[in-house]
Design a protein around this ligand. Structure first.
Ligand code: SIN
Ligand code: FE2
Length: 223
C-alpha cells in the first residue's frame, strides 16, 4: 500500500503538539491542567477567611494514628475523623460551631471543573481542606463516607507539587502516578468513583505563592 502524498504533506507542517489541557486518567477521570489558576485571586482570600473561622488541625484516625495532613472543612458538612470513626458533621468539633459556609467561588470552581470533566450540575455540600507540609502524605484510600456515589470528586491542588496515586478498586491494584502542580484539578466519578487514591510524601520546596506547603481542596456531595 502506498501513502497518499497529500496526506503526508498535511502533517509535514503541523504545529508542534500542545500540552493537552485535559488528560484522561480513567474512563471517567481526568486531570484539568492549570484549571484553578484564573480563580486564584478570588480563591485565596476566601480560603484565608475559612481557615480563620475553622483552623487547620491534625486529626486522629480510628486506628489511633495522627494524620500527617492537617485538615479543615467548609460547607454544610465537614469530614472529620477521631477514635470513634470517620464521618461528616455539621459542626466543627474543635470550635463547636457550624463549619464555615462554602464560599461562592469554591462552589463555582468545583462546578465548572466537574462540568469540564463531563459531570453536569455538581452541587458539592462539603469541601475538605488538606494541608501538606514536606513529608506529609495520604495513604491509599477510597472516598466512601458519602450517602451516594452518584456525584464525582473534584480535587484542587495548590502550592508545592505532589505525586498523586490513582489506583484501582482494590488496595493492592497497581496505581498510576500522576504529578500534580499548582492549579491542577483532578476529577473522578461515575465508574471510577470508588477508585483508590493517595499522595506520596511531599518533597521539600518553596512555592512562590503558598510557601512550604501544598493545599488541596476535595469537593464532594456527602448527603
Ligand atoms: C484526599 O484524597 O482527600 C486528598 C487528595 C489530595 O490531596 O490530592
Ligand atoms: Fe480521598
Amino acid at each position: 500500500m502506498t501513502m497518499n502524498p497529500m496526506t503526508f504533506d498535511l502533517f509535514a507542517d503541523a504545529e508542534p503538539e500542545q500540552q493537552p489541557r485535559r488528560e484522561q486518567i480513567g474512563e471517567q477521570s481526568c486531570v484539568l491542567r492549570g484549571f484553578a489558576l484564573p480563580w486564584l485571586d478570588r480563591l485565596l482570600p476566601a480560603l484565608e477567611a475559612v481557615l480563620a473561622a475553622a483552623p487547620l488541625r491534625q486529626m486522629v484516625t480510628p486506628g489511633g494514628f495522627t494524620m500527617s495532613v492537617a485538615l479543615s472543612s467548609c460547607g454544610t458538612w465537614g469530614w472529620t475523623t477521631d477514635r470513634s470513626g470517620y464521618r461528616y458533621t455539621r459542626d466543627d468539633p474543635q470550635t463547636g460551631l457550624p463549619w464555615p459556609s462554602m464560599p461562592e467561588v469554591f462552589f463555582q470552581l468545583a462546578q465548572a471543573a466537574a462540568r469540564d470533566a463531563g459531570f453536569t450540575d455538581f452541587e458539592p455540600d462539603s469541601c475538605l481542606i488538606n494541608r501538606y507540609v514536606p513529608g506529609a502524605k495520604m495513604s491509599l484510600h477510597q472516598d466512601k463516607d458519602e450517602k451516594s456515589y452518584a456525584e464525582p470528586i473534584v480535587s484542587v491542588s495548590l502550592g508545592l507539587p505532589a505525586m498523586f496515586l490513582f489506583g484501582g478498586f482494590a488496595r493492592g491494584d497497581k496505581s498510576q502516578r500522576v504529578p500534580l502542580l499548582h492549579g491542577d484539578i483532578v476529577v473522578w466519578g461515575g465508574v471510577d468513583r470508588l477508585r483508590y487514591h493517595g499522595v506520596l510524601p511531599i518533597k521539600d520546596g518553596q512555592h512562590s505563592i503558598l510557601g512550604e506547603q501544598r493545599i488541596n481542596f476535595t469537593f464532594r456531595r456527602s448527603h
